[in-house]
Design a protein around this ligand. Structure first.
Ligand code: GLV
Ligand code: MN
Ligand code: MN
Length: 419
């Protein structure tokens, strides 16, 4: 294998990072001009790598490296990750899991190596939920789990998903029947294996370049609207206020204290706003997001029950109302042992530790796990493991090792679940 695979992956990530919704950083929200430019670039790279490429009804870019023609009724091994980002995010979250396999396929194609199965790479159009506050939007289409009610959901500018998709004009975009038809037939799949930057410090602290994921923590997201009474900041005595923001602050602290009670539980209020607030007006409304995750669904659900009850009692005590809108929760997704073992075998053959770790971050593999067996290969995250941040980084050496390991995995892959 050419030693420049790793550097090519980093160069591609830099090239994609130039398509951004913001000037001094990387934001790539669903169906913005930057998102469309990213999508078009992925199509081109997949075609250059020797793949047949199509865009589905939600905007996923799907490239196929066709099986060796001598193989009858080949199965499909699928890989991929998302190309949207969080606001001011990193350039590897999601994109590494598209770019690495593209570069790998390019190398296989140049070497004239065909695989005994179709190898599909999916650039998932949306995973982060930035524009429409969804979760796993694009993979839900492929997994046949798309919630059609989402077509009416509006972004911050009041544009519905239906209109945004209609304007994008993918084949079948915004047509519920076409979105349903875009689901893959699970019977055709041999499995789904996603490569992703770890987004945490575990591999870095252990001095390991790669790791194998055991399970992906389940997550629940909410939007909470607290209503109080807007009134004069100078004339309303402290004991006569119905301040929505101080109520939301107490609710935020409740999320923190409840989630600190269990080591695998995490809770985050990542958005907190006083709509139309003024410095001299007591906040009449406050809206905030909650993101709650745990490796075990029961632990997450127990925390959610306590937090939702606590929010109502804080609201009642303060003379406020709190309305909670639940975004689709996703349960914990275990990875398949037979796929993990095949990844482990190739790591060991290279003299690397087959280190296993759970994922606290959500991934497209979670949704794909609803229809097929999944596994994930994590690549070490630099800079102390920081992610969802422009400081997110990987090295060319680690990308090279991950690419070579992935080649070994593909060349040894057996779909019959025996190792
Ligand atoms: C996706 O990045 C998530 O875990 O929120
Ligand atoms: Mn992310
Ligand atoms: Mn990601």
């Amino acid at each position: 294998m050419t030693p420049t695979l790793g550097q090519t992956i980093l160069d591609h990530a830099s090239a994609l990072a130039r398509f951004s919704d913001m000037e001094d950083g990387l934001t790539c929200a669903f169906l913005t001009p930057a998102h469309r430019a990213t999508q078009a670039q992925l199509v081109k790279w997949m075609e250059d790598a020797g793949m047949q490429v199509r865009i589905d009804a939600i905007g996923n870019v799907i490239g196929r490296y066709a099986a060796d023609p001598a193989v009858t009724e080949p199965k499909v091994l699928m890989t991929g990750s998302h190309f949207d980002t969080v606001r001011n995010g990193g350039r590897y979250d999601g994109r590494l899991g598209i770019l690495l396999p593209i570069v790998v396929v390019h190398a296989l194609n140049v070497a004239g190596i065909r695989l005994p199965y179709h190898f599909d790479i999916v650039g998932f159009a949306e995973e982060e939920g930035l524009r429409f506050k969804t979760s796993f939007l694009a993979s839900s289409v492929l997994a046949g789990r798309f919630d059609e009610a989402l077509l009416d959901r509006e972004d911050a500018d009041g544009i519905t998903m239906r209109d945004a998709l209609g304007a994008a004009a993918f084949p079948g975009a915004a047509d519920p029947a076409a979105l349903r038809a875009a689901a893959v037939d699970p019977a055709t799949l041999a499995g789904f294996v996603e490569v992703h930057i770890e987004q945490g410090p575990v591999l870095l602290n252990r001095g390991l370049p790669l790791g194998i994921v055991t399970q992906i923590a389940g997550s629940s997201r909410f939007q909470v609207r607290v209503e109080g009474l807007a009134s004069h900041a100078g004339t309303t005595p402290m004991d006569m206020r119905r301040d929505a923001a101080t109520g939301a602050a107490e609710m935020t602290l409740l999320v923190e204290s409840r989630c600190a009670q269990v080591p695998t539980l995490v809770g985050t209020v990542g958005q907190l706003q006083v709509p139309n607030g003024s410095s001299n007006v007591i906040p009449g409304a406050c809206v905030f997001s909650m993101d709650i995750r745990a490796g075990e669904d029961g632990i997450r659900e127990a925390a959610i029950a306590d937090i939702l009850a606590g929010i109502q009692s804080i609201a009642a005590r303060r003379g406020l109302t709190a309305t909670v809108d639940r975004v689709t929760p996703v349960n914990n997704a275990p990875c398949a042992r037979w796929l993990m073992d095949q990844l482990g075998a190739v790591l060991k053959k290279r003299g690397l530790e087959a280190f296993e770790l759970p994922s606290g971050a959500g991934h497209d593999a979670m949704m794909m796990q609803r229809i097929t067996d999944v596994a994930m290969l994590f690549v070490r995250c630099g800079n102390g493991g920081i992610s969802h941040n422009p400081l997110e980084t990987i090295t060319a050496e680690d990308a090279q090792l991950a690419a070579e390991t992935f080649v070994d995995f593909l060349r040894h892959f057996r779909a019959d679940r025996t190792n």
